[in-house]
Ligand binder design. Structure first.
Ligand code: PLP
Length: 466
């Protein structure tokens, strides 16, 4: 008996999405689809839609000065909210554990290419779900449980994943911390001494609350002398690094990590970057790059989030593009202007200033605690975060300081005059809190709110037609 195949299975296949299928209809209109998706959410889940709408308005109408925060272009959000979220693509490009990943491979390769271009890296791993996941992958790849690591103390501006006892990195490894000087500066002589004393297998540099630039070359010298790997975590300063406004660690450190939602204006996520040590042998089999790839998958993560990988690719294109130099310059100049203004207004800053996007206010001499300042500022539409400062003896939820950053202000296109006005508004609120009684008078709150509204309206979120 002869089998007759239907015509659809015998026609030309070049144009078909899979063997035997009909030729492709035209590609879908994603812009229309996004509008439809929003309408569908509104119609089917009003409660959730209203919450999202309220949050959108909050972001539009407040001055976001949290140093760890930024604002992604709507094209980044479009990738994050795309059908790529439907895709399961365990493995790496060209080496997945099932079919259907052809487009995913192209997207991930593009993200890798763009990450390398933005940072002058030789290799990049774009799958980490966050900066913390990236750090965990690196640390678990390079260290065995019980091995020693040396990182900046949490108290002095380090990150939880740099060996804090509250994190697995401080629990499963022997973590030692280096500290900043009373002025708040890194002390390379002390770091070297600790490295030679404890002989860590890994030294971590980079910080969450350190306003000055970091000498990565000096860190590498110390790591080489102590026989340690060096991890540079540039989560906070990645944009300045990409723009050449902060030293680039990629060829100094063995490995560099970063979050993508802070200064890269990207999605939630992390990156691992490798420079001149990419092809040096790792601690076990293969190169350092291969070791780290295995450390992300399958060692510490499962399937990648391709929607976030695409969003990273989109953000990295922006960061490597011609418009970013201007944003980066505004980031740095804005922080400088805020620092100068706060000093003029009589406030104290950790290290006395900044080289980055970040200003760390030491409030201890004012008698106002960080938590009270944070709440008072939020009631005026200014969003900041309380932060401990070196030598701080207050509780972690109270704190003696505030951390300010310019990522969102710079993205809104604020020039010097506008950021100085932001600094003045912060100073006005803090000065009122400092007075006897320590409460914010209602008329002042209303006045600051009105000026915040004007600033936000004059500098809309970039590309947000709201
Ligand atoms: C924010 C931050 C991280 C963590 O990033 P997540 O993406 O939030 O996990 C890691 N390291 C440093 C220095 C950071 O500031």
């Amino acid at each position: 008996m002869s089998l007759t195949l239907p015509a659809a299975l015998t026609g030309p296949v070049e144009e078909a999405p899979f063997p035997g299928a009909a030729p492709h209809p035209p590609l879908p209109d994603l812009a229309g689809f996004a509008a439809h998706a929003g309408t569908r959410l509104r119609e089917n889940d009003r409660a959730l839609y209203d919450l999202l709408a309220r949050e959108t308005a909050r972001q539009r109408d407040t001055l976001m000065m949290v140093a760890a925060s930024s604002v992604a272009d709507p094209s980044v959000l479009a990738c994050e909210g795309s059908v790529l979220g439907n895709l399961t693509a365990e493995g790496y490009p060209g080496n997945r554990y099932h079919a259907g990943c052809g487009v995913a491979d192209e997207i991930e390769r593009l993200a890798i290419e763009r990450a390398c271009a933005a940072f002058g890296a030789r290799d990049a791993i774009v799958q980490p779900h966050s900066g913390s996941s990236a750090n965990l992958a690196v640390i678990t790849a390079l260290l065995d449980p019980g091995d020693t690591l040396l990182g900046l103390d949490l108290d002095c501006g380090g990150h939880l994943t740099h060996g804090s006892p509250a994190s697995v990195t401080g629990r499963h490894y022997r973590a030692h911390g280096y500290r900043v000087t009373p002025e708040g500066l890194l002390d390379y002589a002390q770091i070297r001494e600790l490295a030679l004393e404890h002989r860590p297998k890994l030294i971590v540099c980079g910080a969450s609350a350190y306003p000055r630039s970091i000498d990565f070359a000096r860190f590498r010298e110390i790591a080489d002398e102590a026989g340690a790997y060096l991890l540079a975590d540039i989560s906070h300063i990645a944009g300045l690094v990409a723009a050449g406004l902060h030293p680039n660690p990629v060829d100094h450190a063995h490995v560099t990590t970063t979050s993508t939602y802070k200064q890269l204006y990207g999605p939630r996520g992390g990156l691992i970057l490798l420079g001149r040590d990419a092809r040096t042998p790792g601690p076990e089999r293969g190169t350092l790059a291969a070791t780290l790839r295995r450390a992300v998958f399958p060692f510490t993560q499962g399937t990648p989030d391709l929607a976030s990988v695409a969003a990273k690719a989109r953000a990295l294109d922006f960061v490597a593009g011609p418009g970013f130099a201007e944003v980066a310059k505004r980031l740095a100049d804005g922080a400088q202007a805020i620092a100068e203004r706060l000093l003029e207004r009589g406030f104290e800053l950790v290290t006395g200033g900044t080289d980055t996007h970040m200003v760390l206010l030491d409030l201890r001499a004012t008698g106002v605690t960080g938590d009270v300042a944070e709440q008072a500022l939020e009631s005026c539409g200014i969003v900041v975060n309380r932060n401990r400062v070196p030598g701080d003896t207050t509780a972690v939820r109270v704190t003696g300081g505030l951390r300010l950053g310019t990522n969102t202000l710079a993205a809104r296109g604020m020039d010097r005059t506008a950021v100085v006005e932001c600094a003045d508004l912060v100073a006005d609120v803090l000065t009122a809190l400092r007075a006897p009684g320590g409460v914010l008078p209602d008329p002042l709150r209303e006045r600051v709110r009105a000026r915040v509204s004007r600033l936000c309206a004059a500098h809309p979120l970039p590309g947000y037609p709201l």
